[in-house]
Design a protein around this ligand. Structure first.
Ligand SMILES: Nc1nc2c(ncn2[C@@H]2O[C@H](COP(=O)(O)OP(=O)(O)OP(=O)(O)O)[C@@H](O)[C@H]2O)c(=O)[nH]1
Ligand SMILES: [Mg+2]
Length: 212
């Protein structure tokens, strides 16, 4: 189990994000694209759970994202409730070129019996849109699934980085701002205008790691 962590100022708000979804849908690659702006071509199944963290700014305030990457393999499924119990944001991933990974989504949602869906931000992610010619799930189907449950939705490609800006800034950080409103601050409008520069963010994180 690879584990990296950074020590944080304890007053900085923390949000726990958990990536769920079938084996091979690209959960680890999504995290890797978000944290390092790179893509891993070879499949290496996650064993149990991986944890990483990242600091970002919302409304000029630092927040810490605690990122949990779970294993999609069936044999690890029984561990999931342990990780989702105190999650703030649940990201449920399917592969747009693999219909089964989409039809399994209701089962993933059903398994979240210990989660109060009103208190978490739930995001449905259709990954691998670079494989559009092999698409087995339409954009509309993905959207409909999410809308019916009042979940956020975004199609992305961990391979190309398409949709990442919308996923994190337009959807997740904006929702954190309105739903959790760190420290009750007044909303400061500019989240959508922040240019999503993964490289810059990664450098910032690395610098912080070195100094703390
Ligand atoms: N074409 C394409 N391939 C992708 C994309 N994202 C991931 N992959 C590939 O899909 C395979 C699985 O990716 P992972 O990120 O390891 O999948 P996972 O969901 O973490 O799998 P588990 O850890 O077993 O649950 C790898 O071979 C990746 O290279 C994508 O956006 N496009
Ligand atoms: Mg993985």
């Amino acid at each position: 189990m690879a584990t990296t962590s950074t020590s944080f100022n304890t007053e900085t708000p923390k949000y726990k994000l958990i990536f769920l979804g079938d084996q091979n849908v690209g959960k680890s690659c999504i995290l890797n694209r978000f944290l390092n702006d790179t893509f891993i071509e070879d499949y290496q199944a996650t064993i149990g759970l991986d944890f990483q963290s990242k600091s970002v700014q919302i409304d000029n305030q630092d927040i810490n994202l605690l990122l949990y990457d779970t294993a999609g393999q069936e044999k690890f499924r029984s561990l999931i409730p342990m990780y989702t119990r105190d999650a703030n944001i649940i990201l449920l991933v399917y592969d747009i070129s693999n219909r089964e990974s989409f039809t399994h989504l209701p089962d993933w949602v059903k398994d979240l019996t210990n989660v109060n869906l009103d208190e978490v931000i739930f995001v449905i992610i259709g990954n691998k849109i670079d494989l559009n010619d092999k698409r087995e799930v339409t954009l509309e189907e993905g959207k409909k699934f999410a809308e019916e449950r009042d979940f956020l939705f975004q199609e992305i490609s961990a391979k190309t980085g398409d949709g990442f800006s919308e996923l994190f800034y337009t959807n997740i950080f904006e929702k954190i701002r309105t739903k959790f409103r760190p420290s009750g601050q007044q909303p400061a409008a500019e989240v959508k205008d922040i240019k999503f520069n993964i490289e810059q963010e990664a450098k910032k994180t690395q610098t912080k790691k070195k100094c703390c």
